[in-house]
Design a protein around this ligand. Structure first.
Ligand SMILES: [Zn+2]
Length: 317
């Protein structure tokens, strides 16, 4: 019924409700999305009652404000705690007939006794670009959750009904944001996984502090990755150098013990001496240190020959 928000999601929503929509059209679009995603019509003694369930105190107060201004009503807000999860949630209850009539009319809810048979989103509600943004904003406030940008990039909006999930996907598409839709046991999830998609979404719903924070973290993340790559690369190289040098030194030792270095061709003797003198030198350095200096591939060839000879000598005995 309600989603459990992470503290980061709550933070983003708190920031979002600080910045109110100014236009009347947008405020209705926002409220519509909230009711579509978290509104339930129940019958109390055969009379319909609209309840809106939110998991955040600040968003619940914001919905209260919207209702007060748009529908001139002061609904009750009830604070509840789930027995299983001890998770707080807030129920906004609208009972006045005249207020419900106005809301149902705006949202084009025709058969108010049958909530399952829900209408789509009225064209009028999302006709303007400003209202389409607001509808998305309302959807996020009602059913959205977002990961902190320090962890994996993820933003999702839960809608119980496929109709509304699909509308969110379509609206996002209109802003060139590609979203995926997945059915899970408690409803339909619209989700964004790419950093670009999430940042664009935050821009569309005007969640500017969250957007800035994400941009900042993303820069730091990419710098970190870059440094890590450099460090890894250096370590890998060092490992390779020392492993190769280690093997060459072993081979030289083997040859010395089994046949004597003097049995080697002069060019290989010199290469072996150079390696012994400079055990930590890279191949390139070694080639330059050799007397006479060699090309890297020339040095490589000689050291390989030394390894081969050592191998042959060892396998003879
Ligand atoms: Zn508007």
């Amino acid at each position: 019924m309600s989603i459990k928000s992470s503290s980061y999601t709550k933070k983003v929503k708190n920031e979002l409700v600080q910045m109110e929509n100014e236009k009347f059209c947008c405020r209705w679009a926002e409220l519509a999305a909230i009711i579509h995603l978290r509104g339930y019509i129940i019958l109390q003694r055969k009379v319909p009652v609209l309840t809106i369930i939110m998991d955040s105190n600040s968003v619940a107060r914001y919905v209260f404000k919207l209702l007060k201004e748009l529908a001139v009503t002061y609904p009750k807000i009830l604070h509840r705690q789930s027995e299983n999860t001890l998770h707080d949630y807030f129920i906004i209850k609208i009972e006045e007939e005249v207020v419900l009539k106005e809301i149902f009319q705006r949202l084009e809810i025709k058969n108010e006794h049958n909530w399952v048979n829900m209408p789509g989103v009225s064209e009028k509600l999302v006709n303007n670009n400003c209202c389409r943004r607001s509808y998305l904003r309302g959807s996020f406030l009602a059913g959205g959750s977002i990961n902190s940008p320090e962890s994996a990039y993820h933003l999702e909006i839960l809608a119980e009904y496929e109709t509304y999930a699909q509308i969110i996907v379509d609206l996002l598409q209109g802003f060139e944001i590609k979203a995926s839709l997945r059915r899970r046991e408690n409803g339909y999830y619209v989700y964004l996984k790419s950093a670009e998609g999430i940042m664009e979404f935050l821009r569309v719903i005007k969640a500017y502090p969250a957007l800035l924070y994400m941009e900042e973290k993303r820069v730091i993340k990419s710098l970190k990755n870059h440094t890590n790559r450099l460090v890894n690369c250096d370590t890998a190289n060092l490992d390779k150098i020392s492993k190769a040098a280690h093997q060459q030194l072993n081979s030289i030792e083997t040859i010395e013990q089994l046949s004597g270095l003097s049995k080697l061709p002069l060019t290989l003797q010199t290469a072996a001496k150079t390696r012994r003198k400079y055990p930590e030198a890279s191949l390139k350095e070694l080639a330059e240190l050799n007397q006479p200096p060699l090309s890297k591939s020339g040095m490589n060839y000689r050291l390989k020959r030394i390894n081969q000879i050592a191998y042959q000598l060892k396998n003879k005995t």
